[in-house]
Design a protein around this ligand. Sequence first.
Ligand SMILES: Cc1ncc(COP(=O)(O)O)c(C=O)c1O
Length: 416
Amino acid sequence: MAERNLDFDKVHNRRGTDSLKYDFAAERGLPKDVLPLWVADMDFQTSSYIQDAIVAQAEHGIYGYTETKRDYYEAVIGWMKRHHDWDITGYKIIKTPGVVPAIGAALDAFTEKGDAVLIQQPVYYCFNEVIELSGRRVVSNDLVLGYSDRYAAAYDEGQAAEAAGDNKFPRYYIDFEDFEKKIVKEKIKLFLLCNPHNPGGRIWDKEELKKIAEICKKHNVIVFSDEIHQDIVYSRYKHNVFADISEEAAEFTVTATSPGKTFNISGLQIGNIIIKNRELAKRFKDSVNGIMGYSQANAPGIAACRAAYTKGDEWYEAMKKYIEANLEYLIDFLKREIPKVSLIIPQATYLVFLDLRALGLSAEERKELIIKKAGLWLDSGDIFGPLGEGFERINIACPRSTLTEALTRLRDAINE
Ligand SMILES: Cc1ncc(COP(=O)(O)O)c(C=O)c1O
């Protein structure tokens, strides 16, 4: 049977489906009818192969304890090889109910209460939350933003510039001196790398990853590489798996992957944590079993992951193309219609960090503009860390008509 769910223009009504994105505005103190482009899931139906696998399971009517066999692991191994040229044969693949729970397990496995844990802000806000809630301390090696007010030109120029090895993009970069200093000063044991980076959409290049590996090796730092966004990469870029940067890096790295973002199945809560080093894998698995008391994954999650990684390629490629066209549309719209709003052009992820600082608004005024005047629900930049102040993260994994509606509302609210 062929893939059926390739109409990404189709608007699906998600209201009344217990959708976190659509159904909880009032609970969060927002007007009920705001247009939501915040949390990182897509407004697209997933691959019909995944749907069919879940329907087949649902029809069976027995949802007892479920485990995985060889075919499941072969599906994960096959996906990593096919899409990332990463050979994980012989590596441990540990299932978790997603990536955030895996962060909790890694904190338990590799750090003690009171320890400092290194992250790079602005970054996915659950990093701080889990660190703080687990009684550890957040230490940030703040990212450095290289600006260009000629963002549209930079988009074109940047391709050529990047080919020449010249980084002229307005993007986030790592301050390596500060990175090493913080590791030493704070006695860091664990670094949470967001690779690719959310909300900056950055694909860390091989040189950067090698430098991270070199410093972490020197100071015995374990790297938890959150690669949940590894598959959603724009056409002229390639994701670099951190653990695959060198034989050495693989030995001190825990790589968190999931079909959740890639196939829009986050609600099925399935993550595959990939670890080469046997001792690290044992410590991590003991924490998964110990602090979460977790051993078997949920049945639909297993069925969905296997279907996604074996039969989902056509849907996946089409979805990426659609999102890339949305990104181009967004860049063009801003340039033509809202020149005061700039953006950090992502190399990966369907999340785009919009730069509203040129509007000269206070945090309160910006909130008023986005929520009250434009009727939009975006993610306010400051939740990613203080450096995110003045930015808003928009999720472009939606039908073009939804994106057009959102951008039109934003333009009209700004021009009001
Ligand atoms: C970097 C990053 N890690 C993890 C997650 C969530 O992972 P999960 O739903 O598997 O817990 C997200 C979701 O937005 C994310 O952006």
